[in-house]
Write a protein that binds this ligand. Structure first.
Ligand code: NAP
Length: 365
C-alpha cells in the first residue's frame, strides 16, 4: 500500500509542496512590507495570522452546492486559502470533517482549505465530473453517496472494492481513485472508546447494507471477530455482502449453537433472539440525526452487558445513547470514528501521517 500510495501521490504532493513554499514566500514578503510601512496594518495581519482557528471557523460554516462547482473559478478566486478538499453529502451541514481537516492542514502548513458541498443523490455524477476538471486533491463522501459512488469513479483500491463503498476519493492525473477508511477508523475508535479489539467481540451491525455498515462488516471479518450479525431495513441490500463474508466465518469460535455469521430481518423479534449473544451493537444508520427519529434498537432490548457504538455524532447524545445510559450499558458516539477515519483520509491525500493531536484538539469544545 505504502509503495503504491507513493506512486499515486508523488505528483499532487509535488504540487502541494511547491504551493506551500510559494504561499510561505508570499507571506514573508507581505510581513516585511507591512512591518516597514504601516505598524497598525502589520499588527492586524500578525493577529489574524496567529488566529487561524477563528478565521477558519467562519469559513467552514459555509456550504457550497453543485452550481458553485459549475462556476468554480469565481469561488476559487475569492477563497483564501484555496479550497482543494471537501465533503459531498446530503445532509452535510452537520459534518465536522472541515473542522478536523482544516486543523490538520494548518498544523502541516499546507495552504489549502476543506469545505462542505451539499450534494443530492442525483447530483453526485455531475459533482464528481466537475471535480475531474478542477484542481482538487480529494474529497470525502458521506450519506447517501458511499455505495453509489463505486460505479461513478475511475478506480477503487482493494478495500473499497471489497466493501462496495467509498468514503475517500483522491484525484490523480484527473482520475478519481476511491478508498475506504471507515472500517479501520471504526476499529480504532472502538479500541479507543472501550479498550477492546474487534476480534474479541460478538458484533451486531444495524444498517449493514449502507456504505458505513458494509465497511464496518468487512473490518469485523478482516479482524476475525467472534461473531457477526447483520441487520438492514432492506434485507436484499446485504445479501451479496453476507455471501462474500461467509468464508471468513467458517471456523467455529463461539461456544453454543449460535451461528458465527447471520443476517437478520430488522425487527424486534429477530433482534430479541440475537441480543443475548451480542457484545457490541453498532448503529450504522442515520437514525438519531433528527431528534424525532426512533432509536434503531428498542430500549427494552438493551442490557448492561452491551456496548453500543453510534456512528452518528451530531447530536452528540442521540436518543439511542440516552437509552443506553438508562439500561446501564456503555456507549459512545461517532466522534472518535470521525477523527480516525479522517486522519486516514488525510494520509491518503498527502502520503504522510496525519497530525492527529491537532485534529483531536479541533473537536474539543
Ligand atoms: P447510507 O450509505 O445512505 O446507508 C444508510 C443505511 O441506513 C442503510 O443501511 C439504510 O437502509 C439505513 N437507513 C436509512 N434510513 C433509515 C431509516 N429511516 N430506518 C432504518 N434504516 C435506515 O449512509 P452512510 O453513509 O452509511 O451513513 C450512515 C450513518 O453513519 C450517517 O448518519 C453518517 O453520518 C454516519 N457515519 C458516521 C461516521 C463517523 O465518522 N462517525 C462515518 C461514516 C458514517 P436501507 O438499505 O434499507 O436503505
Amino acid at each position: 500500500m505504502g509503495e503504491r500510495a507513493d506512486r499515486q501521490l508523488s505528483q499532487p504532493r509535488a504540487r502541494i509542496i511547491s504551493r506551500v513554499i510559494l504561499s510561505e514566500a508570499k507571506r514573508s514578503r507581505r510581513v516585511r512590507r507591512l512591518r516597514n510601512n504601516n505598524t497598525t496594518e502589520f499588527l492586524d495581519f500578525a493577529r489574524n495570522d496567529r488566529e487561524p482557528k477563528r478565521m477558519n471557523n467562519k469559513q467552514t460554516t459555509e456550504r457550497y452546492t453543485i452550481s458553485d462547482l459549475e462556476h468554480w473559478s469565481d469561488i476559487a478566486r475569492s477563497s483564501d486559502p484555496p479550497i482543494r478538499l471537501g465533503v459531498f453529502g446530503d445532509p452535510v451541514a452537520h459534518s465536522l470533517s472541515p473542522q478536523i481537516q482544516n486543523a490538520a492542514l494548518r498544523a502541516c502548513d499546507i495552504n489549502m482549505q476543506y469545505a462542505r458541498f451539499h450534494t443530492r443523490a442525483n447530483e453526485l455524477r455531475s459533482a464528481l465530473g466537475f471535480l475531474r476538471k478542477l484542481d482538487f486533491v480529494g474529497i470525502n463522501l458521506t450519506v447517501p453517496h458511499k455505495v453509489s459512488a463505486v460505479g461513478q469513479i475511475d478506480a477503487a483500491d482493494e478495500l473499497a472494492t471489497r466493501c462496495g463503498a467509498v468514503n475517500t476519493v483522491h484525484l490523480r492525473d484527473n482520475k478519481l481513485i476511491g478508498s475506504n477508511t471507515d472500517g479501520e477508523g471504526f476499529s480504532r475508535a472502538v479500541r479507543h472508546e472501550f479498550s477492546i479489539d474487534l476480534r474479541d467481540l460478538r458484533v451486531l451491525i444495524i444498517g449493514a447494507g449502507g456504505g458505513t455498515g458494509r465497511a464496518i462488516a468487512w473490518q469485523c471479518a478482516l479482524e476475525n471477530c467472534e461473531r457477526l450479525v447483520l441487520a438492514n431495513r432492506t434485507p436484499e441490500k446485504m445479501s451479496e455482502l453476507v455471501e462474500r463474508l461467509r468464508p471468513f466465518f467458517v471456523a467455529p469460535r463461539v461456544l453454543g449453537p449460535v451461528a458465527r455469521l447471520k443476517a437478520l430481518a430488522w425487527d424486534e423479534i429477530a433482534l430479541r433472539a440475537q441480543l443475548p449473544d451480542i457484545d457490541l451493537i453498532v448503529n450504522a444508520t442515520p437514525l438519531g440525526m433528527n431528534p424525532s427519529d426512533p432509536a434503531p434498537v428498542p430500549a427494552r432490548l438493551l442490557a448492561p452487558h452491551h456496548i453500543i457504538f453510534d456512528c452518528v455524532y451530531a447530536p452528540s447524545r442521540t436518543r439511542l445513547l440516552r437509552e443506553v445510559d438508562e439500561a446501564g450499558a456503555r456507549g459512545a458516539n461517532g466522534l472518535s470514528m470521525l477523527l480516525y477515519q479522517g486522519a486516514l483520509s488525510f494520509s491518503i491525500w498527502y502520503n504522510r501521517d496525519a497530525p492527529i493531536d491537532a485534529m483531536r484538539e479541533a473537536l474539543t469544545p
